[in-house]
Ligand binder design. Sequence first.
Ligand code: GLN
Length: 493
Amino acid sequence: MQATQTIEEIQNFEGKYPKQLWYLFFSEMWERFCFYGMRGMLTFFMVHELFMKEDVANLQYGATQAFVYAFTFVGGLFADKILGYRKSLFWGGIMMIIGSAILAFDPKQFFFLGIAFTVIGTGFFKPNISTMVGTLYKANDARRDAGFSLFYSGINIGALLGGYACIYLGKNYSWNLAFGLAGIVMTISLVTFLFTQKSMANIGLSPLLHLQDSKRKLYEYATYIGTIVAIPLIMTMVSNPEYTDYFMYTIGPITLLYLVYEMRNFSIQENKKLIAAMVFIVFSIFFWAFFEQSGGSLSLFAANNLDSDFLGVNLDPNGVNNAANSLFVIIFAPLLGLVWVWLNSRKAEPNTVVKFGLGFLFLALAFYTFYFTRFFANIDGMTSLEIFTLAYFIITFGELCLSPIGLSIMTKLSPLKLQGVMMGMWFLASAYGQYVAGILGAGMSSANENASKAEKLITYTDGYQQLAIYALIAGVVLIAISPLVKKLMQEVK
Ligand code: GLN
């Protein structure tokens, strides 16, 4: 493909954001519409249409989420070694469209087949589009974090629209249509990418361009065929949650060993940066384990213990639980992005380790606020939706100090040849987070099923208080070790 600009010209953009960022923004926005649209339907669909018991459906849901994020490592690896980001995105997009089409055709009969396609498709798509954002910036460009913040808004616009639209269509009209909508929107994402990729200079082209065409094609086709062959295997694993345990026990250590093996190719300086990246990755597991209570215990808490009055307006507490966070991200991500740029211009921007630490402090404050709802409860255990929403407002700032910044720092700390793998590892931490979140949530809800709402309120808020304390400790530890991590990061901020 003829490049219209060189990569240097792209990276020398004027203004706040490169125009290519907007293309990736829209592509990712529609992909997240599809992803969160599906995610929002899964548990409900399993309980009401596949007639699974609630606890089984919850476990099953956790397993799908863990697998989805775990496969980002595979997607990142194959992008770095064989396909390049562009072909990975294309292939991932196609897999996601096929998955949605299968589910649109017959969601009951082919449920796990459709999910398996989505798992592997997201694995190829999600980490690599994030890495591409990083390639739009020069190594020391202070505008990179702001770019990732904007990109993160796009993620949440998609999440908000898809999360609402798909389940609404499914519940009120037809599940075929709802899954079909996810597929149509994913097609829009892919077409957006295909039409705009020519503006990306040589970003994301195959890493094997130095090989003979026929040899390179051989590797590429082997990857495509391998993906298809893996589908039945993934399907079996996803549909048996007990396999998730084995999978989670092995994938982490394997990826770590792989990283150590790769490290032999890099200089001491580069390896120090990789170790710093691992510190961020490990801490993010804890962050997601707490944060992801939103899909699990907090949704049950919302259903059981929240009144539906929000400043005089009647709102569905579960709707608020699903939407508040995305809405706050959309509003505040660009603002916070600008705050970082402004602080930077006054030489007062906190570095990434401190931002991560702040993320945990916000997380702690948010969980204290969830805990605090117990003091607003009536005798029946029903408590304030407003205080609950306030907690989501606070948690959003925690997320914004960690999640987009985490994407950005992965692209800064990884050597070029390992960008996809490291982004995959970043998301693999989310897989572990999801997994641990399920275990934590199950622990909170294991109390007597027949407990009264007032008793449940106490059990859950006790749990949230515990999480607040752990988050506080994590934040303090991070800030305390920040000088050490900064040393490992060297010139990277
Ligand atoms: N909400 C963000 C997204 O969908 C972050 C997900 C994650 O890393 N766990 O991209």
